[in-house]
Design a protein around this ligand. Structure first.
Ligand code: F6P
Length: 464
């Protein structure tokens, strides 16, 4: 069994695979499209890695298996765990709390109990598969208690944690009845990574004020002599492979097809988001609707394609948002549409990477206006696909990506008039101006890709 132990372990709420149901009734697994797994694949292979996570089906117990050279260790979640730990504490308490309370977070003690017990299950699974002295990298807000739980079980391990979403301002975090436990969970790690330096500062300040540990800059000193470092590691995408895909004949052909089926308008605007209330879809579409209504953009010349990927559909706030957006889009299209030209093409669907790349290629203006977002990888994907240096990115100041993509047309998504003016500026920008901005953003995205991100985290962890 020792040969089966892993020296590099990733723990995430989900396994990096999706189940495929074949026509003959058999099932197989397909690696999910996210960048994280491809970035970690080489180190997983080299070091004999394992990935611990939920496989997505409630109540099903699966044995560890191998896929594409990576060992996958499924963690079981019961139907009740999905309700209390995943939909409840993770996505109706922490998610809104960490995203500036743009929806009211709900605090329920039974959700917290489930969060503790599921975190404990993940920690135990990691303690079983990790080799002596192994490196373990815990991912995201669903598993913030795992670092301390795992350290308790296996003090020999080197533990890193990365938060993919924002870490809230201290005033908001303090609403959480279990604030101290979460902070104590995180300081079980040797290195705690955030998207932005401000998040790391919020965290260390809370550790000092709420837990009472000494902190100096990003370093927390614990009474037993151990130290914890908190730092920013802004995540990125597999930029080269997006660009390669965008350059393929298939994608270029599909992009041309998309434009022509939209009626070959002068300007295609695009939004691609999970259907989540943090993404600012409603205000963005309102802004566009007003531009058409007022005649600043004409329905013959401009089309907005909004892809909204279904997400967390059993959580109330997500259901409400879907109804609101459906109604808004229906209203705008009915009021200002013409036969053969609808101002908004609204697609409640999820698409493979090839189709996303074709949409990015087809779009003159990409509109990314979250109310709060840890990073927003769609903004970076758009930039990676614009190898011709054309196209404009309208980007919310409140997306983590805004710190790096300074040449985007930045907006405050709460300011509808400001957003309208900036969208118009992007639509009307002279080509030279857009190219200048795009070239500079492309350098940033291509230099700081997902490999650079993973390597910098892993090397900072190994130096601890
Ligand atoms: O941004 C946080 C995140 O958890 C991503 O890692 C994930 O792709 C997305 O939200 C959707 O999450 P899920 O469907 O697992 O709730």
């Amino acid at each position: 069994m020792a040969a089966g132990l892993a020296s590099f372990v990733v723990i995430a709420n989900r396994l990096p695979v999706d189940r495929v149901f074949n026509p003959d009734g058999s099932t197989t697994w397909r690696t999910s499209p996210g960048g994280l797994v491809s970035a970690l694949e080489p180190v997983m292979r080299r070091k004999g890695g394992a990935w611990i996570g939920w496989h997505g089906a409630p109540d099903e117990r699966l044995r560890p298996f191998e896929h594409d050279g990576i060992r996958l260790v499924p963690v079981r979640l019961s139907t009740q765990d999905v309700i209390d730990y995943y939909e409840g504490f993770s996505n109706a308490t922490l998610w809104p709390l960490y995203h500036d309370v743009v929806a009211p977070p709900q605090f329920h003690r039974e959700w917290w109990d489930a969060y503790v017990s599921v975190n404990q299950r993940f920690a135990k699974a990691a303690a079983r598969v990790a080799k002596r002295g192994a490196t373990v990298w815990v991912q995201d807000y669903q598993l913030q208690l795992v670092p301390a739980m795992l350290r308790e079980l296996r003090p020999d391990l080197q533990i890193g944690f990365f938060l993919h979403i924002p870490f809230p301002p201290t005033e908001l975090f303090q609403q959480l009845p279990w604030r101290r436990q979460i902070l104590e969970g995180l300081i079980g790690a040797d290195l705690v990574g955030f998207q932005l330096p401000g998040a790391a500062q919020n965290f260390t300040r809370l550790v000092r004020d709420r837990v009472g540990h000494k902190t100096q800059r990003g370093t927390v000193s614990l009474p037993d002599g151990r130290t914890v470092v908190a730092r920013a590691f802004p995540i990125s995408i597999d930029a080269k492979s997006f660009e390669e895909l965008a350059r393929s004949t298939e994608v270029e052909t599909r992009a041309a097809e998309i434009r022509s089926s939209l009626g070959s308008p002068k300007t295609v605007l695009l939004g691609i988001d999970r259907l989540d209330y943090t993404k600012g879809l409603y205000r963005r579409l309102r802004a566009f609707g007003e531009l058409i209504r007022e005649g600043s953009l004409s329905v013959e010349d401009a089309v907005f394609v909004q892809v909204a990927t279904p997400s967390r559909e059993r959580v109330d706030q997500y259901r409400l948002l879907r109804e609101d957006v459906d109604r808004l889009v229906g209203g705008i299209n009915a009021d200002v549409g013409r036969i053969g030209s609808q101002p908004i093409t609204y697609l409640h669907a999820s698409y493979p990477r090839e189709e996303m790349a074709a949409l990015y290629r087809a779009a003159d203006v990409m509109v990314v206006t979250p109310l709060r977002d840890g990073m927003n990888l769609v903004a970076k994907e758009y930039v990676a696909c614009r190898y011709d240096d054309r196209g404009a990115l309208v980007l919310s100041e409140f997306a983590g990506a805004a710190a790096e993509l300074k040449q985007a047309y930045q907006v405050n998504p709460y300011d509808i008039n400001g957003m309208k003016a900036t969208i118009l500026e992007a639509v009307r920008a002279p080509e030279r101006e857009s190219s200048r901005r795009m070239r500079s953003m492309r350098r940033t995205v291509l230099d700081h890709d997902i490999d650079a991100w993973a390597q910098s985290f892993i090397s900072a962890l190994s130096q601890r």
